[in-house]
Design a protein around this ligand. Sequence first.
Ligand code: SAM
Length: 290
Amino acid sequence: MNTIWSKYVQGINTLYFTRKLRFDDMFAAQYKALFALDEKKPFKMLEIGCGPGALAEALHRYYPNAAITAIDRDSEFIRFAKSRETNIDFIEGDATALPFPDHSFDVTISNTVSEHIEPSRFYGEQLRVLKPGGICLVLSARRGIHVTADCLASSEHEKLFWDKVNAVDDSMKRFSVCQYPMSESELPLAMEKYGFHNVRTSYATIDLTPDHPKYSPETAHNIINANRLCALDSIESVLHTLPEHVSPEEIAEMKRLTNAKYDARITQYDRGEKQWDTNVSVTMIVRGEK
Ligand SMILES: C[S@@+](CC[C@H](N)C(=O)[O-])C[C@H]1O[C@@H](n2cnc3c(N)ncnc32)[C@H](O)[C@@H]1O
């Protein structure tokens, strides 16, 4: 039973609800053009490091002809993913020792996983399980645009809490998070170095601005509440990673303040008081062939 990522690094809510928005069907055409997969015939697709499964769910909708398998080593993520979607084969397992024979899949795909796994193992295992001519898609988050509404700015109390936490927090190192970061030029070079050819890069931009009239009130609420859930997850994880440095009362107070701020942002939205806060995420897509 491995629950390190879901308990100490990023919670289910953070990974599920932000990705559910980012891979919403309204962005399917953009992703599908960049993935450039031959979807006419049935094909087999493997998602590596699927987390709670939002991308796998989206792929199932985008590609009705695909049989999708998705693997992650965190038991909680796999339990959650299985409880939501039964048409995808969610498996608990290690990306550095994939439990599949050689030449099993037509496509492998991962989102924000490459930076956490030693590259020769990350690419080597995908090369092994892909069929000749198979496609490897590596999605990697790049610097986007993040503008916070005034009502969501940190108070002095919150700043002091995070200063205290950041001074002692070593969880990135302790849990081997982001030990292999790569720049926009290093990523395609690594894919070539580890055996893929015809490598190409592209970028998907997803603009989540709740005040934009193209978004329904439901989607606008979802955008604001996905940010709320990320903020609450970050606070909760401090209780797990640094129990000797924070008390449950401090965590409860931080959560109360966070909920009050996001409630205020929802009220502003409902009253039509535009803030134009935004999250524009940029996802790099590196595509190579075996
Ligand atoms: C940043 S999260 C991304 C999750 C998901 N792809 C998403 O976008 O929501 C990184 C994921 O990689 C998984 N992971 C890290 N190392 C792994 C390994 N060696 N084998 C399987 N999964 C791994 C973690 O459990 C975590 O779910």
